[in-house]
Ligand binder design. Sequence first.
Ligand SMILES: Cc1cc2nc3c(=O)[nH]c(=O)nc-3n(C[C@H](O)[C@H](O)[C@H](O)COP(=O)(O)OP(=O)(O)OC[C@H]3O[C@@H](n4cnc5c(N)ncnc54)[C@H](O)[C@@H]3O)c2cc1C
Length: 630
Amino acid sequence: MSDRPRSPAPDAPSQVLDTSKMSSGERAAMELAEAARDKSKGLRSFGASIFMGSPDFAQLLPFPSQSEEDKKEGDTFLATLEAYLKEHTDPDAIDREGEIPDEVFRGLGEMGAFGIKIPKEYSGLGLSQTNYSRAAMLLGGHCGNLTALLSAHQSIGVPQPLIVFGTEEQKQRWLPRCARGEVSAFALTEPDVGSDPARMSTTATPTEDGTAFLINGEKLWCTNGVKAGCLVVMAKTPPPPGAPESHRAITAFIVDRDTPGVEVTHRCRFMGLKALYNGVMRFTNVRVPRENIVLGEGRGLKVALTTLNTGRLTLPAACVGLGRKCLDHATKWASRRVQWGQEIGKHDAIAQKLAGIAADTATTEAMVRFTSSLVDRNKKADIRIEAAFAKLWGTERGWAMVDDTMQIRGGRGFETSDSLKARGEEGVPIERFMRDSRINTIFEGSTEIMHLFIAREALDPHLQLGGPVLNSQLPGGVRFKAALKSALFYAWWYPRQWLPIFTSGVPDGVTVHPRLKRELRRARRLSHRLARGLFHAMIRFGPKLDKKQAVLGRFVDAGAEIFGMTTLVGHTQQQLDIESDDGERKALLDLATYACRRAALKAEELLRGTTRNADSDGYGVARKLLADEK
Ligand SMILES: Cc1cc2nc3c(=O)[nH]c(=O)nc-3n(C[C@H](O)[C@H](O)[C@H](O)COP(=O)(O)OP(=O)(O)OC[C@H]3O[C@@H](n4cnc5c(N)ncnc54)[C@H](O)[C@@H]3O)c2cc1C
């Protein structure tokens, strides 16, 4: 509409957020995170539009489909990978022995599994993000250790940052090596640096002639570090001339493993992913030439966060594979096991779990496929919210799916696959799935950090408008002008959150099955409620809203439910368009409408919880526990 006030332009973080009342640690973390945010302008992403009460269905529908050519290329690789996994790998043995056999490294290397997305001109397979996600789905249902090996290598290791940010020389030098099977890794975490990179202590000091840097420090939990030939290392470089020491910035370096001073001091072992080649890595005066910097000095966090935006899709994709396998095992068992006079799958409590696993698998797949297609359309697409939604929702539901499958299998769920086989039963590895998948909600952005990350992006349009008004660090004139701009925008926006008639529906020319259309309407109504609720919370809590993590978490989770509903509708419609069997069409519609109703009920419950909850009491109890501990 022409009378629509202009969307606020992104400002410098200091204008938007008042950091004057924060502790120095908090301020450092906040300013670093703000500086690394992608503040590019452009169309608001679909995920972001959900939080503003106007899901932009034109970005979702028609649901983006893979081209025939792309699909064919993917099918060929997937068939090779699947056959190899079946014939040459034994996930139970890998788990039991805590090692991946050398011949498996070789086999995967020969078929190109280490260079799935690396362009063909650098000896990779050059497959699309969608095909990469499909490969992760296949791996995720087979072996967590192999998934982690290949994912850490190419989702966060050397290939991904070089594909996006590398110079031609860097690409020529490292990508062919990585594509042929030289393992790579990503080293950010330190003993004191988990979710908060501002505390990083690894340093990179320029040599006297300025042509190189000396890296010193210790990195923790570096997946693939034990086997890596090259790795991305994050280190703090000196502040710009004249700036205080505290303004050291993070820089990303590519480091060859055989550089003197690089050591693996310990191989870490975990409750699951027993064959992860994960290590503590020490760097002592490691001399790295300036040409090995990725993107530029001081831009390492941008490299890490951008890499992770796409890298984050691998875990939910793997959860789709896991979900399919769980559904397979759970359905088989529920249809054979008879207790209390009938198959356990016919007892309502178990039936609901089965349906839930099916719905969650389908929804995660829709989220991953939609977000992957955005990357395929535009490598630089803003997928921050979509990828984070998929990671957050997919890994949380992934864990729940494994848990429900274990419950359905009863005592056999808890028994190891080897033990089941030894006494003559089918070796069903739910116990291994559970151990291997628990880490998914912790690494590559924990659930709590995903909540904060998405909440920050969700609030951004409001912060751009209201932030300067409340920022005591800004001059009065600036604040007054911001107040006027803000009043104009909200006078236009707020009434529309109560009057659905003003918001976009299904785009012209797109036909959606009536049952799915109903779900889109439901999603749109929920999106209005979410936008209103978020706005009311901003007024209620003011600048203290960022401390109300439980409330913000519920808004984010409600947004994820809406994202799940809408992407599932899109994906289901796409499947209906090619499915001719009436029975199959009905099954697709039944599953989608069930999943959407379930998601809507969950979103309503979450939104109710933003105003009616026991959060303050809980916070008080925790504070007392912490005080007693000191
Ligand atoms: C098996 C495994 C593989 C890994 N692979 C790699 C790798 O290849 N490269 C690499 O660099 N790292 C790797 N990591 C590290 C992993 O990414 C971190 O474990 C993760 O970032 C969390 O850090 P942390 O464990 O130090 O937890 P912390 O940051 O100490 O957090 C502990 C808890 O507090 C929560 N929390 C932290 N900050 C906040 C906040 N502001 N608000 C609310 N809650 C908060 C967290 O969500 C978490 O629940 C790996 C870890 C494991 C276990």
